[in-house]
Design a protein around this ligand. Sequence first.
Ligand code: SF4
Length: 222
Amino acid sequence: MTGGNLLNEDDVEAVFRHLSQAMPGRTATAKGPKDQPDPFRSVVSCVLSAQSRDANTQLATDRLFALATTPDAILALDDAAIAAAIKPCGLYNMKTRSLRKLCTALIERHDRTVPRTRDGLMSLPGVGRKCADIVMSFVFDEDVIAVDTHVHRVSNRIGLTDATSADRTARQLEERAPEWALRDGHFWLIQFGKAVCVSRRPKCETCPVNHLCLSFSALARV
Ligand code: SF4
């Protein structure tokens, strides 16, 4: 271990090795978000997902795509129709404006094609690092550890990263995770965060990486 809030390289590698044995990785059926292999639909879903539960985002996306499935078709809808369709995901007036900007950018700057690179994706209105990485990982099948709230929490508790935001966690994981862990790392960490290192009352006593975890060793010293 390091003396600070970060594990050293060997221990980072050891954590990923343990997680790879304890948790399921990427499977053939792992598509996302929520079975949306279409890049445009996936980007739209990401924009709709801000401060929304997965089920509500899914419902809003389904309702919108029942009306329109392309940037041009969405722009042809009036604001009220878009807002009504996406209402389940909340913030629907703001998200309606975001969707219009997204569709306009795709048409005017990207020939109606969702970019495949992180920079290209992040140049789209409403698309941040998390959305870009999710699309890259799930839709374009790139080896990227997308960082959601579970991955962020777990990474920083263990000491894989010492970041205060999910975007910084993503950047640190990109630098610090071993190459072989980039493909499935998102899946191991997210499953681990849901099953073991849960938000409240993490199951530290039975945790397979408690001998490496900096939060656990800090608690033991108290
Ligand atoms: S020891 Fe506790 S805090 Fe550390 S990774 Fe395991 S469950 Fe999370």
